[in-house]
Design a protein around this ligand. Structure first.
Ligand SMILES: NC(=O)c1ccc[n+]([C@@H]2O[C@H](COP(=O)([O-])OP(=O)(O)OC[C@H]3O[C@@H](n4cnc5c(N)ncnc54)[C@H](OP(=O)(O)O)[C@@H]3O)[C@@H](O)[C@H]2O)c1
Length: 341
């Protein structure tokens, strides 16, 4: 087995240091993955550059970023019989919900990653890039809509029920549109004017410019909405959704928090959606996601992934890539291969 290298974060908001570290061995119920692909998520990038730890994050330093990895099973722990060495997999780890040594075992910004077997899915012949492009933001969208807002599973919905996805241009928004469409609902979105055709091709019936002055008025005329989510999470979007819920009231999901006064009968549903599968109480969702839904989506190409840029240089490219993500310089995701020098 080759050597492990980790992109360690030495302290809050400090620059990554590429450090040789031992390859860990899986305990009972765990697997070791040779990590071939990671995507830089806004959460990872914000944690690196600002020390932000709003959704879990690194609690002890040096620490490791990254909670998703695509690669090949290198070793299995005791009691793992549904995965074998050589299987191609996508995994989510507990790196942002566990401390200290567990974070260093499970952070995915390294070449070899330990993961609990419950949060690993087989990807068959799907490309590693396709797997990481989908996994984290698709799960965020589905958890928010299904677990937190009560939307059903695919093919269980009704076209009379309307869904509003605000800020559908990013990965979470793109996948919220496709999931809600697969359930069977009618989807209305706000996005940039340049994104209209793509939004229609993935299932939106109406695409409104989120910056246009008459958008709120037009959205009100197109409603009411059974499910509302802001995938940009900015305050302007939250205020718009809160306003659309009046006078009857109701709930909307937001990928970000924020400080402003909501009307008494309007509730914002904000949580670390991307980490929900790690929690014991979501065992049923977890089984459905990793054993059923995610492998099916990847093997059958059921969800159109967002675009991506591959950066060379392996783990060394992560610092600059994170800066570009935080500064909004990239459309789609940046992916790297940790095995590259
Ligand atoms: N709570 C959670 O569990 C959770 C999980 C994942 C992500 N998040 C958060 O969700 C946000 C989106 O993540 P992502 O992975 O989808 O990011 P992304 O793929 O990088 O999406 C960025 C895109 O969103 C659109 N956008 C940016 N600002 C906007 C605004 N003010 N209004 C409307 N659209 C806007 C832009 O597209 P256009 O220019 O085409 O409009 C931009 O290209 C991030 O802040 C991330 O931290 C939270």
């Amino acid at each position: 087995m080759s050597e492990n290298v980790a992109a360690l974060v030495p302290g809050p908001a400090m620059t990554l240091t590429l450090t040789p570290v031992p390859v860990k061995h899986p305990a009972a119920g765990e697997i070791l993955i040779r990590n071939y692909c990671i995507a830089v998520q806004p959460l990872d990038a914000k944690m690196l550059l600002s020390g932000y730890a709003g959704a879990g994050g690194i609690k002890t330093y040096p620490g490791l970023l990254g909670t998703s990895a695509a690669g090949v099973v290198e070793e299995t722990g005791e009691g793992v019989d549904d995965f074998k060495v050589g299987d191609r997999v996508i995994a989510d780890t507990g790196a942002y919900v566990k401390d200290g040594d567990a974070n260093l075992r499970e952070g995915t910004w390294q070449r070899f990653v330990i993961c609990a077997v419950e949060t690993v899915a087989k990807i068959g012949e799907a490309q590693f890039e396709q797997a990481v492009l989908l996994e984290f933001p698709l799960q965020t969208a589905v958890v928010a809509l299904q677990l937190f807002l009560g939307m059903g599973k695919p093919s269980t919905g009704n076209a009379d029920d309307k869904v509003l996805v605000w800020g559908a241009g990013g990965a979470v928004g793109t996948y919220a549109v496709q999931y809600a469409k697969s359930v069977g609902h009618t989807i209305i979105v706000t996005a940039s004017p340049r994104d209209v055709e793509r939004q229609k091709s993935i299932g939106a019936s109406e695409v409104l410019d989120y910056k246009a002055p008459d958008t709120l008025e037009r959205l009100r005329a197109l409603g009411p909405y059974k499910y509302l989510i802001t995938a940009s999470g900015d305050l302007a979007s939250q205020k718009a959704l809160a306003s659309l819920l009046r006078p009857e009231g109701g709930s909307y999901a937001s990928v970000l928090g924020g400080d402003f006064e909501l009307p008494a009968n309007v509730k914002r549903v904000y949580a670390a959606f991307s980490q929900a599968a790690q929690s014991e109480e979501n065992e049923e969702f977890r089984r459905w996601w990793y054993r059923d839904y995610l492998p099916k989506v990847l093997n059958e190409g059921l969800v159109q992934p967002v675009s991506f840029t591959k950066r060379s240089g392996g783990l060394a490219a992560l610092q600059e890539a994170s800066k570009d993500v935080v500064e909004g310089k990239v459309r789609g995701k940046i992916v790297i291969n940790p095995q590259e020098d």
